[in-house]
Write a protein that binds this ligand. Structure first.
Ligand code: PLP
Length: 225
């Protein structure tokens, strides 16, 4: 079982390294977030045994029961939609939130965080089928608001493009997110180094377009039930 995980991790690592090389980027410019949602603590322990330390969960309730059963000292990232009324719990369990999709949520996290909380702003870059994410034209005001906060720090942008079996069809959404990031850095004077984009089937294209966090579930842990 553990060998199986090691083999899958090896494959993912090779794909990341190859994509970095092709894009002329260093391997350490891209972080691998292991998406453990729906998987038991035993799966997390296997991943930890293989050297992984950063995990992504999409539901606060699941994280709340899973994280205490996992090894301590890991980094937990929230990657799913969060309701403002759960911001307090989220701020307790997560070291970073990739999925801040409204000013209201950012304000709720600010009021509950006990320390510096790095966040990414989730953008609905395709303007279509994405259920969550702010409109590109709304992001600038949220960054300005965050710059007045004490605890929440915006480190960059995140997106979940509409699914396409052909990763090349997703490329334009990744490049749009990067272009928006470049524009917002200019406009707001805020450094936005992080781009959370790319999942199991499209990590190569995402890395070519500038991703700094790939969020990988299926290709590490196997299919979800
Ligand atoms: C589930 C999930 C992932 C991982 O997707 P895979 O295709 O299994 O790699 C990445 N990002 C988010 C936001 C998710 O919810």
């Amino acid at each position: 079982m553990s060998e199986e995980f090691a083999e899958r991790l090896n494959q993912v690592e090779q794909r990341i390294a190859a994509a970095c090389e092709k894009a002329g980027r260093s391997r350490d410019s891209v972080r691998l977030l292991a998406v453990s949602k729906t998987k038991p603590p035993a799966a997390v322990r296997e991943a930890v045994a293989c050297g992984l330390r950063m995990f992504g969960e999409n539901k606060v309730q699941e994280a709340q029961s899973k994280i205490p059963m996992c090894p301590s000292g890991l980094e937990w990232h929230l990657i799913g939609h969060l309701q403002s009324n759960k911001a307090k719990i989220a701020a307790q369990y997560f070291q970073m939130v990739h999925s801040v999709d409204s000013l209201k949520l950012l304000q709720a996290l600010e009021s509950h965080a006990g320390r510096t909380l790095p966040v990414l702003l989730q953008v609905n870059i395709s303007g279509e089928s994405a259920k969550f994410g702010m409109k590109p034209e709304d992001v600038s005001d949220v960054i300005d608001a965050a710059n007045q906060m004490q605890k929440c720090e915006v480190h960059g942008l995140m997106t979940i493009p509409p699914f396409s079996p052909d990763p090349e069809k997703t490329r334009k959404h990744f490049s749009s997110l990067r272009a928006l990031r470049d524009q917002l850095q200019e406009e707001t004077g805020t450094p936005l180094p992080e781009l959370s984009m790319g999942m199991s089937h499209d990590l190569e294209v995402a890395i070519q377009e500038g991703s700094t966090w790939v969020r990988i579930g299926t290709d590490l842990f196997g299919k979800r039930g």
